[in-house]
Design a protein around this ligand. Structure first.
Ligand code: SF4
Ligand code: SF4
Length: 122
């Protein structure tokens, strides 16, 4: 009990080690190789589906391109990947297997939300 009291006194005037996430992100000290929100270069993507096939939790959906998107392309790409981050485990497999390196897991942390539609990257 005495030791707990000493610890309590010692920490009473220390700065908190936690931050008020998501309102504060300063001081979160993410490691260099931290994997967060995906950024996808859809221009570069060739729609090969490899990311969707290899995702261990099947959260990558291949959706058809709109007629406008198709008209802008010179290749025959028909589908594009959409990432549902609510179920993503941020393993980085999609980034590793993409043959044209168009997926990048940034070190940005998704904001907590109850609305999973806000956790979609297209
Ligand atoms: S990081 Fe892993 S779990 Fe998340 S979308 Fe990519 S392959 Fe799937
Ligand atoms: S693996 Fe890369 S090129 Fe293939 S569909 Fe996924 S993002 Fe596009």
């Amino acid at each position: 009990m005495k030791l707990v009291f000493i610890e309590l006194l010692k920490n009473l005037f220390n700065k908190p080690v936690t931050v008020n996430f998501p309102y504060e992100t300063e001081g979160l000290n993410r490691p260099e190789r931290y994997r967060g929100i995906h950024v996808v270069d859809q221009e570069k993507c060739i729609g090969c589906r490899r990311c969707a096939r290899e995702c261990p939790v099947e959260v990558i959906e291949m959706v058809p391109l709109t007629p406008e998107e198709k008209a802008k392309r010179k290749d025959k790409k028909k589908f594009k990947p959409v990432f549902h981050l609510a179920g993503c485990i941020f393993c980085g497999v999609c980034e590793d297997v993409c043959p044209v390196n168009c997926i990048n897991l940034t070190n940005n942390i998704p904001n907590p939300t109850e609305n999973t539609s806000e956790l979609v990257v297209a």
